[in-house]
Every structure is written in structure tokens, then in C-alpha cells.
Design a binder for this molecule. Structure first.
Ligand code: ATP
Ligand code: MG
Length: 390
């Protein structure tokens, strides 16, 4: 008998989103994420989702690890099956949870009995297993109210299962339940974090990256694709729309006042991203902008860049300190790649004195002689779509 994985689902009581669509979306995401690890049976009973390997070739550990990154799951535990017999259950608990039983000072046993033909009641079985464990481990006292360790016993149709309290899952909402957005992914620290935060709220993402070859190197592009790949355990498979940006940047350098270069360049990023969003049915743009972090991220600059698009711009990092963003980047595993020293298109032709408070009027004036639609269209036509997966 194989170990199985138990999942606790999060935020089920949502206004407007019903439980059924939450569970269906999550099940589909779970199936997709489990695919590399073998064939599993996934079903939900009494607010617990059971993930059972169908045969011995399944990689249950790999599956467990993958499921800790699936949004919509708040708790995850591994359960060891055993014969439906009180002493088999006790032996299983001693063997499977030995480390935890030795480490805890207080504990209790909680039993769920789906198989009503089992000869003991839930309470009797808890008392029996609890009493024997108390005998066997000198360090343990029973505390039914606030135990450090809860030993769960489940008596189900074909077997009994033993597990300890769940480890925290990724939380959030199943990806896809809240529509789709286009995320602007640079090679920096902030935009992968911003993408992760929005995906966590149940949003499927399409990534856009602006690439300025030869000013930025093929390695810089590879780094961004690697960042996208690092996000896929959370987001599922991603498409990165790599936008050729060199021609636009060169045109802006020729024809725009230097101090407005960045803000005008960012307006083009927004327009192109919106065009991508319209093609793929996305309802918002996502950036890693953070208020006051750099000259292009003042309130005035955000207003002037945001005003060229109709779609809402989600900026989940807007109120965070750098250190808080870095903490998340480390947790999700993007930090080390983000700090690799490749240039971003934003660092090409950086003005010496960027305007901190660009005025909408002067920016419009500076753009007056540009054929904006043609420039956007040419960039969109040149997009290279790269699929990334684990
Ligand atoms: P990051 O760490 O995400 O690179 P940053 O602090 O370096 O952010 P900027 O370079 O000003 O800030 O970029 C702000 C946001 O604009 C980024 O978070 C990202 O969403 C978007 N952006 C910047 N450069 C690119 C790019 N080359 N391709 C796609 N999006 C970009
Ligand atoms: Mg950047």
C-alpha cells in the first residue's frame, strides 16, 4: 500500500465564486501538476482532497513537493496506510510519526471513521492509540485542547491511514478562477514577485518581455525565460511574448527629450502589453512597480504611463519595501536568478536626469510626431512566443 497525500482547500466560502467551480478548477490544476509524477486518483470527501497513487511507479514525494506550490491548497500532509486493525494502526503511528512523537511534549489522537463497520467508535480508537502512545513515549503528555502534535487516524473503506497535522500549503486561489492578466516580466527582482502574487489570487498569466538586442544580450533573454520557468510550478505552463524593442528605443532616443525617455518608453511598454492582452483575452496588466523605488515609479510617472491604456494595471508590490519583496523572491526561488548581472532594456539609454514629475501635456507633446500605432503594430508583429514549462 502506498502513502497518500491529503489536501486542505482554502478560501472556500467566497462570495460570487462557488465552491464547485473552485474545486473543479483546483482538481484540473492538480491533475496537470501531478502529470510528471505518475497516475493519481484525486477526489474530495468532507472538505479533504485525497491524492492516491494508482500504482507503485508513482513518485509520491515528487508529487507532494509539487502540490506545496499549487494555489488553493492551504494544508498538505502525507498519510501512511495500514491494515484496519487497532494494533496495526498503533504500530503504523509509532513507525511513521516516530520523529514527531519524540520531539513533541503534548499530543492527542483524533479519529475519523468513514467505515462504520469498524468495531470501535472513533473515541474508543483515539483513546486506545493515545493511551498506548502515552505509555510508549515518556516525553508525551496528553493535551486535548492545545496539543503540539495531533495524530490523525482515518478509518476508510479499504485501509486505515495515519498522519500528523498538515504543513502549510501555498494558499491563495486556484489559478484560472479569476481570469487572465498580462504580466510585464523584466529580469529584476520585483516583477517575478508581482507575477507570483497575482497568480496566487487565481489569475492565469501571460508574460511579456521587452528585449533590446543587441543592447541587451541573449543571456539577458535566457535569464528572463529562466525566471518564467521558475514561476511555472505556481502558475502552470507559461507563454512568454518576447517583444523586439530596439527599434522603438532607438526612435525615442532620436526624437524625444532625454529626460522624458524613460516615461515615454514605458508608455510604449503599456500600449504593446495591452495589445497582447486583447489578443489573449486578458483583463489586466501586472507590473513589479513599487512607489518611489526609482524615478519612473513616482506617482506622477505611474499616472502618465498608466494613462495610455484602458486596462487596469495591477501593481501588487506598490506598497512593499525592497526587503519584503526580496523575502518573497527568496521564498519562491527567483531571487538568485534575478540578481544575475545581465542588463535590462530599461538600463539602455537611461537618462542622466529623468523627470520625476512628468506632466501629461509635455509627454503628449514629445510623442506628437511619432507614428505610435505603427510602432506598436511593428513590435507586436515581431513578437516571438516562447512556451516555458517545468
Ligand atoms: P524589476 O525588479 O521587476 O525589474 P525594477 O525595480 O527594476 O523592477 P523597472 O526596471 O523600473 O523596475 O521596471 C518596472 C516594471 O516594469 C518591472 O517590474 C516590470 O514589470 C516592467 N519592466 C521593466 N523592464 C521590462 C522588460 N524589459 N520587459 C518587461 N517588463 C519590464
Ligand atoms: Mg528592472
Amino acid at each position: 500500500m502506498n502513502e497518500i497525500i491529503l489536501l486542505k482547500l482554502g478560501e472556500l466560502v467566497l462570495k460570487g465564486l462557488n465552491r464547485r467551480s473552485f474545486e473543479d478548477k483546483l482538481q484540473a490544476n492538480i491533475h496537470r501538476r501531478l502529470h510528471p509524477f505518475g497516475q493519481f486518483k484525486v477526489y474530495t470527501r468532507q472538505s479533504t482532497t485525497y491524492v492516491e497513487p494508482k500504482d507503485d511507479t508513482c513518485d509520491v514525494e515528487g508529487a507532494y513537493e509539487a502540490l506545496t506550490k499549487v494555489f488553493g491548497i492551504v494544508g498538505i500532509s502525507l498519510a501512511r496506510p495500514c491494515e484496519k486493525d487497532k494494533d496495526a494502526i498503533l504500530a503504523c503511528a509509532k513507525e511513521f510519526l516516530d520523529d514527531q512523537l519524540r520531539a513533541a511534549r503534548t499530543f492527542k489522537v483524533e479519529t475519523k471513521r468513514a467505515d462504520k463497520t469498524f468495531p470501535m467508535t472513533s473515541i474508543q480508537l483515539s483513546q486506545y492509540v493515545g493511551g498506548e502512545l502515552h505509555e510508549a513515549y515518556d516525553n508525551l503528555e496528553v493535551d486535548v485542547h492545545h496539543p503540539e502534535l495531533t495524530v490523525y487516524v482515518e478509518v476508510r473503506d479499504y485501509a486505515a491511514y495515519v498522519h500528523a497535522q498538515p504543513q502549510p500549503g501555498a494558499g491563495g486561489l486556484p489559478v484560472g478562477i479569476n481570469g487572465r492578466a498580462v504580466s510585464l516580466l523584466s529580469g529584476g527582482i520585483d516583477s517575478p514577485v508581482a507575477s507570483w502574487m497575482i497568480a496566487k489570487r487565481g489569475v492565469a498569466l501571460e508574460m511579456v518581455h521587452f528585449f533590446s538586442y543587441p543592447y541587451t544580450s541573449p543571456e539577458a533573454k535566457e535569464k528572463v525565460l529562466e525566471l518564467a520557468k521558475l514561476l511555472t510550478p505556481y502558475t502552470g505552463r507559461l507563454t512568454v511574448h518576447v517583444v523586439p524593442f530596439t527599434a522603438i528605443q532607438e526612435e525615442l532616443r532620436r526624437s524625444c527629450p532625454e529626460e522624458l525617455f524613460t516615461v515615454i518608453m514605458r508608455r510604449f511598454m503599456m500600449r504593446i502589453s495591452e495589445a497582447v492582452a486583447k489578443r489573449c483575452g486578458a483583463k489586466a496588466l501586472v507590473t513589479g512597480e513599487c512607489l518611489g523605488q526609482v524615478a519612473s515609479q513616482t506617482m506622477d510617472a505611474m499616472m502618465v504611463t498608466g494613462s495610455v491604456v484602458d486596462l487596469p494595471i495591477l501593481r501588487p508590490c506598490v506598497g512593499m519595501d525592497k526587503e519584503e519583496i526580496v523575502q518573497i523572491a527568496r521564498k519562491i526561488g527567483t531571487f538568485e536568478t534575478s540578481i544575475l548581472p545581465y542588463e535590462d532594456c530599461c538600463t539602455v539609454f537611461t537618462p542622466r536626469h529623468p523627470r520625476l514629475r512628468p506632466m501629461p501635456g509635455e509627454v503628449a507633446e514629445a510623442e506628437k510626431n511619432l507614428d505610435i500605432d505603427a510602432m506598436v503594430q511593428a513590435a507586436v508583429d515581431g513578437i516571438e512566443r516562447v512556451q516555458v514549462n517545468l
